[in-house]
Design a protein around this ligand. Sequence first.
Ligand SMILES: Cc1cc2nc3c(=O)[nH]c(=O)nc-3n(C[C@H](O)[C@H](O)[C@H](O)COP(=O)(O)OP(=O)(O)OC[C@H]3O[C@@H](n4cnc5c(N)ncnc54)[C@H](O)[C@@H]3O)c2cc1C
Length: 559
Amino acid sequence: MIVDHDVIVLGAGLAGMRAALEAARNGVNVAVVSKVHPVRSHSGAAQGGINAALAPGDSWEIHAFDTIKGSDYLADQDAVEIMTREAPQDIIELEHMGVIFYRDEEGKLGTRAFGGASKARTYFVGDITGQALLYTLYDQLLKAGVKVYEECFATALYMAGGECRGVTAIDMLSGELNLIRAKAVIIASGGAGRLYEPSTNALICTGDGIALAYRAGAPLMDMEMVQYHPTTLKGSGFLMTEAARGEGAYLLNKDGERFMQRYAPKMMELASRDVVSRAETIEIAEGRGIDGNVLLDLRHLGRDVILTKLPQIHEIALDFLGIDMITDPVPVRPGMHYMMGGIRTDVHGATSIPGLYAAGECACVSVHGGNRLGANSLLDTLVFGRRSGRAAAEYVRRTSPTATGEDFLAAEQRRIADLMARPYAGETHARLRLELGTLMDAKVGVYRNEEGLMEALTGVHELKRRYGLVAVGDKGRIYNQALTFVLELGYLLDCAEAVIHGALTRKESRGAQARTDFPQRNDAEWLKHILITHNDGGPPRIDFQPVTITKWQPQERTY
Ligand SMILES: Cc1cc2nc3c(=O)[nH]c(=O)nc-3n(C[C@H](O)[C@H](O)[C@H](O)COP(=O)(O)OP(=O)(O)OC[C@H]3O[C@@H](n4cnc5c(N)ncnc54)[C@H](O)[C@@H]3O)c2cc1C
């Protein structure tokens, strides 16, 4: 089947739904394609909140400076300025749409403190902020009458004459592969957290859109910048939101010491995530951890604060470790959480491919640079989702009708049929995925060095070879998740290669890239973005792009 729309949005998380809503408001025919029901997107797992400089005494300039310092000066300052200037109006719009943000005793919008921020500027709904935002935006999407192709799995971008003209996607219910044509495509498919094991990310965060754009020739930027969150639960890796420390929780080592005083005496537990994750890693490596973990202590916050402001993490710790954080500290360790890098875009979401836009975690504008501040990602999805929706709608008005695509669809159907027909040769997607995640965590985690990165690259090449032997266990059509798992693994392997090449190229330590063999930040040589472009049959092409500096000159970064 071939269907037509003006704009296709690939992804129904916050970035995708905000982009679709804006495109619809601009009068074009827009449809959303999502591999899960929209409200099951990973945005729904966001706990802590969303940043904006709205409170008295705060300003967009201070928010921008905190963001740029947090990024270790790798963020593009023009993009950060846009995001922080536009943040307040986006928060107010969300309220008008129906998000019930926390209000203080006076009935005013209340904030909480978050890491790396010099003011308390995080707006929140308990510790289920993402879910509250996601449901509200979904309501708005339905109200605007946007067509949603849910449980529809994208397999390729349809390129014609160098322009992006749609996507092919498997309708999971029927198993049919369809071509959804459009004059513009916005990729909003989220991050690639599941490159790592463990990760705080949902199992569906497999970098699909990043890999699809990469395969279509769009450069990826800042891919080496992978954020480890300091507080993920022992064992399972579930997130214990930074809001816990925002509300005042302590981090303790095995001697009961608040060890952050030795690493970030001013900001303590609320230093940037890269700083806190490195501190914990050192504590654990030097024998001051407990069984590979440190402790998150909330006891002094009291039952009321925990049960009213942090009820979800209270329940998670109880369910998964049997620990009641009202009476006992919780073992945590750094765990993979977020991709700062992604598909390179301008501040309107445009990629280097005409007709192709990207927004949200899959994109790199870049507003997060080397390290994202907590609660800046939800903001990024809304601001740049909105901007890409508008830009794509404008692009559609000045572009000609879509090309045909029958041949492209037929070729893609053959590719999937060949994959389905592959005989079992002893390799499974599940084993390879676990091996990949474990390798990335061991060699491309909080600390990296040349030797480990080379091992990771060789390992990924070997996994890619074995991937060519993976068979699809289920030969049926309806809800064939065995097929989509195999396709997801292919996306992950492409993303892994880009991350490792970025990390090998950047011979310095900046933000989340901590190289033990190059421990210093080196602005003279490395104050620049690394671009990775797919190259059929060979290693990817590496290019550089200067960082846009407007008014904040790089300084030494202390917390
Ligand atoms: C546990 C957790 C807590 C977090 N807490 C916070 C927080 O408090 N504050 C904050 O600012 N940030 C937080 N973050 C980060 C933030 O939530 C994410 O970066 C952001 O929500 C990503 O939104 P998105 O719209 O880009 O992608 P997602 O919400 O991940 O949505 C991706 C969409 O793409 C679709 N998709 C993907 N691949 C395909 C395919 N092949 N075919 C069809 N559809 C596809 C999916 O179905 C989904 O709809 C948190 C992240 C996690 C994991």
